[in-house]
Design a protein around this ligand. Structure first.
Ligand code: ADP
Length: 167
């Protein structure tokens, strides 16, 4: 069964088959982790993203990784936090599930997730960590090609939350 690991760091530096991007619905680039991924991957990434016609909240789309160490980028669109009564939890869970599905379709063996929606989109970090870990855990047994799921936390607060949830 796949192993889960948590580290604190920059997702653009991870040597995994696929890194997940916390994108916006246009897939045309933004700030935060999205900006960092586009800068590190080079302009070819944006060119490919332009051909995808965007992505719905809770869904994901895959591109190549270009200049990144990762072969693929899986762009998922997390929900904007609007108080919690707008399907935010279900949509965030769906981001993790769809990203795993797409990674498996591309026979990836390793995948790295950022803390989707917990930056500009304002999702409470504690709840987001709980949902991310639960969703990955609930899907571990059915994964065939993936043997490692990495949570890459950028800030100390998320890193501490993930460490305590995974303990
Ligand atoms: P969203 O719009 O989904 O909230 P953000 O990019 O604003 O997306 O934030 C998502 C998470 O990504 C935040 O926890 C932020 O700290 C983190 N982050 C920002 N830059 C990086 C990076 N280079 N590697 C990994 N995580 C990052």
């Amino acid at each position: 069964m796949a192993k889960i690991r948590v580290i604190q760091g920059d997702i653009t530096r991870q040597m995994v088959d696929a890194i997940v991007n916390a994108a916006n619905p246009s897939l045309l680039g933004g700030g935060g982790v999205d900006g960092a991924i586009h800068r590190a991957a080079g302009p070819e990434l944006l060119a490919e993203c332009r051909r995808l016609n965007g992505c719905k909240t809770g869904d994901a789309k895959i591109t190549k990784g270009y200049r990144l160490p990762a072969s693929y980028v899986i762009h998922t669109v997390g929900p904007v936090w609007r108080g919690g009564a707008h399907q935010e939890a279900e949509l965030l869970s769906s981001c993790y599930r769809r990203s795993l599905d797409i990674a498996e379709e591309h026979t990836c063996t390793s995948i790295a997730f950022p803390n989707v929606s917990t930056g500009i989109y304002g999702f409470p970090k504690e709840l987001a960590a709980e949902i991310a870990i639960r969703t990955v855990n609930d899907n571990l047994e059915r994964l065939l090609t993936i043997d490692e799921v990495l949570f890459v936390c950028f800030d100390q607060e998320n890193y501490s939350l993930y460490q305590s949830h995974l303990r």
